[in-house]
Design a protein around this ligand. Sequence first.
Ligand code: WTA
Length: 653
Amino acid sequence: MSQSIETVLTEDRSFPPSDEFRGAARLADRSTYEQMWRRSIDDPEGFFGEVARELPWLEPFTSVLDWSGAPVARWFDGGKLNVSHVCLDQHVEAGRGGEVALIWEGEPGDERTFTYAELLAEVCRFANVLKARGVSKGDRVAIYMPMIPEAAMAMLACARIGAIHSVVFGGFSAQSLTDRIEDGGCTAVITADGGWRRGSILALKDAVDEAVQDQAQVHTVLCVRRTEQAVAWSEGRDVWLHEALDGVSDECAPEPMDAEDVLFLLYTSGSTGKPKGIVHTTGGYIVGAYLSTRYVFDLRPGDTYWCTADVGWITGHSYIVYGPLANGARMVMYEGAPNAPHEGRFWELCEKHRVSIFYTAPTAIRAFMKWGDAHVEKYDLSSLRLLGTVGEPINPAAWIWYREKVGGSRCPIVDTWWQTETGSIMLTPLPGMSATKPGSAMTPFFGVDAAILDEEGNEVGHGEGGLLAIRRPWPSMLRGIWGDEERYHDTYWSRWDGRYYMAGDGARRDADGNFWIMGRVDDVLNVSGHRLSTMEVESALVSHEGVVEAAVVARPDDLTGEAIVAFVIPTDEVADDGGLALGVLLKAHVAAEIGKLARPAEIRVSPRLPKTRSGKIMRRLLRAIAAGEEIRQDTTTLEDPTILDELRTGVKA
Ligand code: WTA
């Protein structure tokens, strides 16, 4: 087990919500939580049956949970529904069509607002365009977009006609997009000419052109005009959305979907092999997103909610698009970077739109700290009443800064632990109830039966580290990995003979039973809250002609949580510059192969790597070297101990 599991953080501060917050909260006391949680575990049929019936079904379900095909769960069988109908039509039909659904801000300062009725009409028109292009139920559609309203509309339009969307983060390279289009068998791609990022343009359409070159099954590239730069055009295949929308009806009946029909695929990194297309289905997913948004964010009428994630990640799916809209929320969406055009941009938007609930990532919080308090203090943030974080463990210093500087010491912070695979939040404080502790994800959400186990599957005692596991199915859990059933079993259910879902994170519980996440236990890197596998970065490195072998490890980084350090053996002898020039080339190469977020922070070129006598790369050792730590571990199994000094002093690119 990795060393980090034994580390014990000593943090005993705790912050209960104010009486004022508690007084108005959806859930304000521990005993209500305990009762509800207990019922959700002992009687999931009763508990989740009731929650699901709060949503509009086109046909009622006949059973709540079927676990007979474990580890593939079936929820709400017999029921038919459509997620876009849940997110849009139900609010319009209830007379709330005039309420604002989405306030969008572009990076250059343009702004668009949509009411629920307007958003519904846009989604219907978009859906009709897809239909006219021959996209139908069950087809896979890749979405490669900037953070513009059309990104959310594209997802909802796919959901409306029963097409399966596969959103690929706009910062991924053409090669990454190709891999995902190919694996998912996507037949259409929705993109934009470009998107704004720190004043420059992300050339999305160019990347799509490159990505679909050899993907003959892609018959349509639907392109949104955003930045208006010239783009290459393939007649017949490429379609401008604004042209296709001309004269299209704003009515489109929602396709009745079975609860277990696939809603979307979202690719995420594992420790080995190519990225996994995580499969989420319709009924259970929307129930999970709906319920968690409601309770974790204590969403109430009058709130303005802003989640700063990108739709390319699961957070953008569940907590920008599906969860908030299913609840009829009023939300903010922003196209650009937090420091464009200035470092106070997020706070300026919070003030301008009177944001009351704000959800972001620890890496962003650490960046705000670095940029200085003045950018925050300049704005009136008195509208905020609740803050959240997600993506990686938050260090207590950042937590306290967030609480004091952004939250004015009055807003509870919900540190939410979950994964692409879990679909919705699993461990979290409930803001009206929890006395939150900086760095703890606190308690299991409804339906979540979490445990911390040792390798053999025994529960460890409070205070001891172990592997985080979930004991039974929850509605929004993944249903599989696209096209690879075996990998689904192996990755998540094989460790303890199918009895538990293995999350891949280390964790411990404190004396009060609260959960503390201690990071990944496999070879998954967490850079700025985004999962990358060491294997993928290594393959990208060795695909360069100048590299024979590569080993990638993470070292702690103040800003990004973890930073990538790559050790590479060059094809030719190490050059006189110590490999500096090669390192520079390789950084650019990885960025082009995977995307900028995978670019190593440091590359060390060396003629050898530390290996055991049996030829295995000693990653633990590389980790210590990368972190600049003294080597205290056993090095006697090392084939050639002199290598250590070489690596320590190696030139860094
Ligand atoms: C990490 C993001 C500590 C964890 C929603 C998990 C966290 C991985 C937290 C999933 C948190 C996420 N505290 N660690 N609050 N939230 N993680 O799939 O390692 O992009 O397994 O989903 O991020 O990343 P993913």
